[in-house]
Design a protein around this ligand. Structure first.
Ligand SMILES: Cc1cc2nc3c(=O)[nH]c(=O)nc-3n(C[C@H](O)[C@H](O)[C@H](O)COP(=O)(O)OP(=O)(O)OC[C@H]3O[C@@H](n4cnc5c(N)ncnc54)[C@H](O)[C@@H]3O)c2cc1C
Length: 281
């Protein structure tokens, strides 16, 4: 039997060179990677990225904010960020417990592409893009296009996700995140909702993002509702604009945590509560 490879380079170029030569399983915090392999020896070729110091942390750029691939949930929570990051910080506090938040990366959550990944809806609601790097190129795609299905992404085998990029939002922009599970903490989402509202100086909604997770193979924008919210004065009353018909594009599964009907009903309640919260001056 051939020996498997375990690489832990210290330079990003070395990591990208290694990926150009052969497919490797990328390993960050390992909190999705190892639980998926319980009870069997890990014989896969691994690229451990935890020594790539330039990929750690959150920095401000001209265009917005850059969340490096090694940024953990705890680092996200502890980084001072504009109020529009409130929603993703709420999500961060609900990813597992403290031990998980200390080890797990935000980008590992996106790359794992679980339908119940708590990081996906709030980052989609922030219009985030994913930066993919290979030895010869760097490209950016919308997070909504990056996650293509249950555990599937648009990443090519020779690419590493090096950052998630969040554009600037107006100073009055606000966001929130609500998650329903079978208990308050340490739980897989039954349904979750993320909302970001950009508001004009006069107090009207100029840009709205409403994203529902865990109710389809991938998190979904609720486009009809996003359009209906535009031009409305910011107030908790905007919650009344959400209708059951807005969620007709969702396709929730029925499983041990809840039936499809229950998930849809819960999603509508969460959408209304999230709008009420975000709309509250
Ligand atoms: C007890 C427990 C509780 C949890 N609770 C929650 C929860 O409440 N909500 C939730 O959403 N998740 C939860 N998770 C799942 C997990 O912790 C998160 O998804 C976490 O953010 C994954 O990050 P990681 O760094 O550990 O990823 P890893 O396990 O290292 O990697 C995950 C996947 O992403 C790939 N990957 C990682 N980084 C990159 C990169 N830079 N480029 C390309 N591919 C990459 C890996 O190859 C792998 O396929 C929980 C896990 C455990 C064990």
């Amino acid at each position: 039997m051939s020996q498997s490879v375990y690489l832990r380079p210290a330079r990003v170029e070395e990591a990208l060179q290694a990926l150009a030569v052969r497919p490797l399983n990328v390993l960050a915090g390992g909190t999705d990677f190892y639980p998926a392999r319980v009870g069997r020896l890990v014989r896969e070729d691994i690229l451990d990225i935890t020594a790539l110091a330039p990929l750690r942390g959150i920095t401000q750029t001209e265009e917005g904010w850059r969340i490096g691939a090694l940024t953990t949930w705890t680092e996200l929570i502890n980084t001072p960020l504009p109020p529009v990051f409130h929603g993703i910080k709420l999500a961060a506090r609900e990813v597992g417990g403290f031990q998980i938040q200390n080890a797990a990366t935000v980008i590992g959550n996106l790359c794992n592409a679980s339908p119940a990944a708590d990081g996906v809806p709030p980052l989609m609601a922030l219009s985030a893009e994913v930066e993919l790097s290979s030895i010869n190129a760097r490209r950016r795609i919308a997070l909504a296009d990056f996650v293509t299905g249950n555990r599937r992404t648009a990443r090519q085998a020779d690419e590493l996700v090096t950052a998630v990029l969040v554009p600037h939002h107006g100073s009055r922009a606000r966001s929130t995140f609500l998650k329903l599970g079978t208990r308050r903490y340490l739980v897989i989402s039954i349904a979750m909702v993320a909302v970001t509202l950009d508001v004009s100086p006069e107090g009207t909604i100029v840009h709205a993002r409403v994203v529902v997770g865990a109710c389809a193979p991938v998190a979904r924008h609720i486009r009809t509702l996003e359009a209906r919210l535009l031009g409305h004065p910011l107030s908790s009353n905007v919650a009344d604009l959400a209708t059951a018909a807005d969620l007709s594009g969702l396709a929730p599964i029925s499983d041990v945590r809840g039936s499809s009907e229950y998930r849809l009903d819960a999603a509508l309640t969460l959408v209304r509560r999230a709008l009420q919260e975000a709309g509250n001056e």
